[in-house]
Design a protein around this ligand. Structure first.
Ligand code: SF4
Length: 633
């Protein structure tokens, strides 16, 4: 990479990124001002690939702008109208429902803020969609609207969000953030909420288990420094709650608003720089979206190699950007999006509102567990003709059941549930004794957990099942296991919490306030069974030809040999990003056995023998997800 950077001022920034260090505002300015736009793009693309592999996400979505009547008059807005204007419209729940086709997976609701709608009308919109179209997730109402509801209906922000969640809201859009600058707010939208209120609403949503998006409106009167302050403010909020799913740079559409620079859309280079800079600055936000509606399809397509890993979706019914003169079409067909993503050399991944992959539009996909412990396999892995998809273990099992995945490092439960179709390759993730990344943080000792509520990260069924077996078969305790939406829950209601992967490693080091007892589940298994625990098994679809299987086995063996020779050089940056020293990263990875021998298979058989109905449930879930018309749970 270093040789590919023409601008030498980018080198120290690239080295910082490789060391897992955070970029500063000054670094951001250097990135924005470099003349080496291609070098900037390559840096962002490398970071994107490390996160998302070859995946680019999209969703079958429908925009609903339920009304354009608005009590505010933001200077840059071409969409809003006053009640009684010829342009004004207000939709009923039935009219909204009639617009949504049954294949839609995400309904995105935002609009004006009319003076006379009762609170129940908003709830009715959400409930109606949720009731009639249970396969479609509702993403509804910006922080500006939530704040408006809070003032108008005299309900707390938390109560508004609670009622919307109960009605069927799954996530919130990121609109209304504009740019976090009081100078710009006073100039362009003085009546609108500022950064403090916008962030307060989003943090409240995260605490209630409602993940949200984040945005930045750029290309009007803001400075580069203001753009970077905006990104850093979002980064700090994400450190606090972890609830942002994606960041969407929104290119300003000047329309008839008269805001300088008159009649100028952002340039393609500015758009690409902004995508790349945001990928590099926002090291803790999982996804960066190339919103083709505002960028145009052409710029969005290039952005997929400049750090973006999400193309939004088919976006039927969009009005706000088009009223402001957006040059893009009003909707794209699924086939068009798939072609754009394939032409960029990526895997088109149809997703749900939480970024769970539903359908992969590609052949020969190999799954990658996105945790530190799998890096020794993947750092040097090159499989001929195959693309790599990072995906949490639970989803890998579902995609395999759908026949969409050639091979992967499968969670043990998913491997056991699909033993008839998956052939083990001799590699996996097994503990030597303790591993520190499948941890139970508890307020009580094991016996004290009888009847108590345990929050579980269910990214992998194996860790949950190991916990259940330890509780019921070793300690004879029955507890209630409730799913956590990773990183976004308030943990105060739980008596214990099962964390896995990087989250567990970080919490194990820093502690989880209020949960003083910490149990390493691999260690518990080892003490009980005198066997290492096998968390994951590398396996390939049995029906593939022998040549492809052999190529895969050889590729894994070579990658592992290279990976095992120096854990710190391949995984140090990842470790530092989650707060581990290089020594801790080395010790952690040295605690795994990556090849499965006799003792590991004895452990697999012992675990299989202890299965209750859970293995059948995993089989059922995988089978249900294999039906195209069935929604993922
Ligand atoms: S931007 Fe939103 S809040 Fe402002 S006038 Fe337009 S619809 Fe109303």
């Amino acid at each position: 990479m270093n040789a590919m950077l023409r601008d030498t001022t980018l080198l120290p920034i690239w080295e910082k990124i490789q060391r897992g260090e955070r970029l500063t505002l000054e670094d951001g300015l250097t990135l924005y001002r470099t003349g080496d736009v291609i070098g900037l793009g390559k840096m962002a693309h490398e970071v994107q690939k490390a996160r998302s592999g070859d995946a680019v996400y999209f969703v079958l979505n429908q925009k609903i702008e339920h009304t354009n009547v608005c009590v505010l008059s933001c200077k840059f807005c071409d969409f809003a109208a006053k009640k009684g204007d010829a342009r004004a419209y207000e939709m009923t729940s039935a009219e909204i429902l009639a617009r949504i086709s049954p294949d839609i997976k995400e309904v995105h609701i935002t609009g004006g803020m009319p003076p006379d709608w009762p609170w129940e009308r908003y709830l009715d919109i959400v409930e109606t969609i949720h009731r009639h179209l249970p396969d479609a997730d509702v993403k509804a109402f910006t922080a500006v609207e939530i704040d408006f509801f809070h003032r108008k209906f005299r309900l707390s922000v938390e109560e508004i969000l609670r009622q919307l969640k109960a009605a069927g809201v799954r996530t919130m859009p990121g609109g209304g953030a504009e740019i976090f600058s009081e100078r710009v707010r006073k100039e362009l939208f003085p009546q609108k909420i500022g950064a403090r209120e916008w962030l307060a609403v989003h943090k409240a949503a995260h605490r209630l288990g409602i993940p949200t998006n984040s945005t930045m409106l750029y290309g009007h009167i803001e400075t580069l420094e203001e753009r970077l302050v905006h990104m850093i403010t979002l980064r700090e909020a994400q450190d606090e709650t972890g609830g942002f799913l994606t960041f969407i740079p929104l290119a300003f559409q000047p329309g008839e608003t008269g805001i300088k620079p008159r009649h100028r859309f952002t340039s393609a280079v500015d758009d690409l720089r902004t995508i790349a800079v945001s990928r590099l600055m926002l090291d803790n936000i999982p996804h960066i979206k190339a919103y083709w509606v505002m960028l145009t399809e052409e710029v969005a397509a290039v952005a997929l190699n400049f750090g973006a890993d999400d193309m939004d979706g088919t976006v039927g019914g969009e009005k706000i950007a088009h009223d402001a003169g957006a040059l893009s079409p009003h909707a794209l067909k699924k086939e068009q999006i798939v072609r754009i993503i394939r032409d960029a050399g990526k895997i088109p991944v149809e997703r749900d509102v939480y970024y769970n992959p539903l359908i992969l539009h590609a052949d020969h996909v190999v799954g990658k567990i996105p945790y530190l412990n799998s890096i020794p396999f993947y750092a040097h892995l090159v499989v001929p003709d195959a693309k790599i998809l990072p995906v949490v273990p639970r989803r890998m099992g579902m995609l395999s059941a759908k026949g969409m995945m050639d091979a992967g490092l499968f969670s043990l439960m998913d491997y056991l549930a699909q033993e008839d179709r998956l052939e083990p390759l001799g590699f996996g993730l097994a503990s030597r004794d303790q591993i520190k990344s499948v941890m139970l943080f508890s307020k009580e000792g094991w016996q004290g957990l009888e009847g108590k509520r345990i929050g579980i990260m269910d990214d992998t069924a194996t860790s949950v099942q190991l916990l259940r077996i330890l509780l019921e078969n070793r300690y004879h305790v029955h507890a209630v296991l409730d799913r956590l939406h990773g990183g976004v829950n308030d943990l105060r209601d739980f008596d214990a919490v099962l964390l896995i992967g990087d989250e567990a490693l970080t919490r194990n080091k820093c502690g989880l306030p209020g949960f003083d007892l910490v149990y390493d589940l691999a260690c518990e298994w080892y003490t009980w069974q005198k066997l290492p625990f096998v968390f994951a098994v590398w396996a390939v679809q049995r029906h593939l030809d022998a040549e492809r299987k052999a190529a895969l086995r050889n590729a894994i063996e070579s990658a592992l040999e290279a990976g095992e020779s120096d854990f710190v050089s391949i995984a140090g940056a990842h470790g530092r990003r989650i707060g581990l020293t290089d020594t801790e990263t080395h010790e952690y990875l040295a605690g795994f056995n990556f090849r499965l021998g006799e003792r590991e298979w004895d452990s697999v058989h012992a675990f299989r023998a202890l299965q209750g109905p859970e293995l059948a449930r995993v089989r059922e879930l995988n089978a249900a997800s294999a039906k195209p018309e069935t929604r993922n749970p």
